[in-house]
Design a protein around this ligand. Sequence first.
Ligand code: FAD
Length: 367
Amino acid sequence: LVHVLISGVSVAGPVLARGLIAHGHRVTMVERAAAPRPGGQAIDVRGTALDVLARLGLLDRARAMRTTMKGVSVVNIDGKELWRSEEETLSGGRFDAGDLEILRDDLAALLLEGVRDDAELIYGDSIAAIEQTDDAAQVQLTHGGTRRFDLVIGADGINSKVRRLIFADATELRALGTGLAVFTAPNVLALHDWQIAYREGQGGFLLYTARNDQELRIAVGFPLTQDETWPTSLAEQKSMVLQRSARFGWEMPRLLKYLEAAPDFYFGPVAQVRLDHWSSGRVGLVGDAAYCPSPFSGQGTSLALVGAFVLAHEIVLQPDNPRAAFARYHERMKHYVELNQALAFIDAEADGKQQRLDDAKWAIRLD
Ligand SMILES: Cc1cc2nc3c(=O)[nH]c(=O)nc-3n(C[C@H](O)[C@H](O)[C@H](O)COP(=O)(O)OP(=O)(O)OC[C@H]3O[C@@H](n4cnc5c(N)ncnc54)[C@H](O)[C@@H]3O)c2cc1C
């Protein structure tokens, strides 16, 4: 049996932990945030990723938590409706596609449930350094001292610290020209199960009701060139969002007033992670850390669910041979990742987009 350290407790981390614990392996998880993080968009679980939830025995509960939006109005910058649909939303796609749309934080909480009791969970800490020997990885935590593990897995998202530690000089982030911010406000528009979207070039806004129409999840996108400096402090990030959103008319100035005191805030460049390898020795990557496809693909959460499930399976088959387990994981996932990353580059209105998505979401089978 092996002792595995997982960095990041969101979507990929808990699924991997579940798979390992189920076979008696020891898991320690370290998460930078002080507690489970709220917020994020309504995200989609599609194709083989639904099979993962079913294998974990969570599909029925996840379906019961799904979003209840009935459609979308696409508006101009002043809020005038240009068209509407009751057959799809922009966040979740067509209602008849069989996919599941759920709030990111609801899914993360569900996945974490069974892990809480069986894994060692360390919040408010992070990996500072990893040193590998033939038979172990010595990990230095920022606050928690030095510890020894058999394997270390980075499930720590698009800006993965583990990735930077093992592939120091790789330029693996491919920015797609847009910045994205998401926050929650009260439903002051009194919308009922509805979504409103404004799109322009590399930006726009998308907002929708959540949690029985109590909340609005508000996403704004804005053009962002690759060489622009990306603010790191929360205050600067929020001020950048306000500045880039100032041109929006309609109710947006009123809604943006809720940004300052919002209970959650997600902010980042829309980007993909492209790597030839997802592991080095006893250290591997999973989910966005390894192959973030970007929100434009709508497949980040599905890749994280499937990737974590497959990786757990391969480690369980050969716990003492991490190199071989990582190689099998890469081999099984590569084509699926490529097809899903490619979705980010297809225009939303392009012919055949739905078919490409249907092909990509099923492009891997669980053993
Ligand atoms: C709060 C939040 C809001 C999000 N909102 C959106 C959204 O609106 N739209 C969208 O497309 N995607 C969003 N995402 C990303 C989305 O969850 C992922 O694309 C997808 O689900 C893949 O999940 P993941 O587990 O691989 O990575 P993530 O969900 O990104 O999780 C990574 C986890 O690692 C933690 N972490 C980061 N660095 C370290 C470190 N150095 N040490 C320890 N832990 C670390 C993070 O706090 C996070 O909990 C959001 C993620 C988070 C955490």
